[in-house]
Design a protein around this ligand. Structure first.
Ligand SMILES: [Zn+2]
Length: 192
């Protein structure tokens, strides 16, 4: 039997990550040693696209890992671990990772692509309510904020449109208030 057929048999023709039954393809888990069933899984196009394109990731789609991380099949465990690591800044994926147990050699394989390494820590910006702020979002100030180096005060209730993020520090965003670019602490804003 071909690898694809074997995978269809193992998975009952479902995406081994999200159980989708459409547009299934073989995903070979890198790096491949011997290839084959033990290093591959059947995934749907949605999962595949998002795995290959981190910018297109929809975090909620990966709630499916809540179930699939418990798969008895090693390649599924490895991919689940990698995707959870990629998303762990959101909180719930970290909780799942904490519950997950991988044999040492499996963990080594999971880590070998660099996923989950400390240097890859994603910086996530959150507003005062813990809601994630992304570049281009609009926020409103929840406090009067004196602007450093000027006598200006950015008033509570001021909307700041199209903010940019400080990629080194999760507590800072930047945006224009009265035509002036200012740095704002995330804890003093609410996402609109
Ligand atoms: Zn899927």
């Amino acid at each position: 039997m071909s690898l694809e057929k074997d995978l269809h048999k193992r998975s009952n023709s479902k995406c081994e990550l999200c159980s989708n039954t459409e547009n299934l393809i073989v995903y070979e888990v890198a790096p491949q040693k011997n290839g084959g069933l033990e290093e591959s899984l059947l995934v749907c196009a949605v999962c595949n696209d998002q795995m290959n394109n981190p910018d297109a990731m929809e975090a909620n789609h990966w709630r499916c890992l809540n179930d699939s991380m418990w798969s008895e099949h090693t390649p599924v465990q490895v991919v689940a671990w990698r995707m959870l690591s990629r998303l762990r800044g959101l909180g719930w994926p970290q909780d799942l990772l904490d519950m997950m147990y991988l044999e040492e050699d499996v963990l080594e394989w999971a880590r070998s692509t660099g996923e989950g390494a400390p240097s890859e820590d994603q910086i996530i910006h959150r507003d005062s309510n813990g809601v994630i702020i992304e570049a281009g979002d609009s926020v409103v100030l929840i406090k009067d904020l004196p602007v450093k180096g000027s006598s200006m005060v950015a008033k509570r209730g001021t909307a700041v449109r199209r903010v940019s993020l400080d990629h080194e520090n999760a507590e800072y965003i930047e945006g224009k208030v009265d035509g002036q670019q200012i740095v704002i602490l995330t804890k003093y804003v609410k996402k609109l």
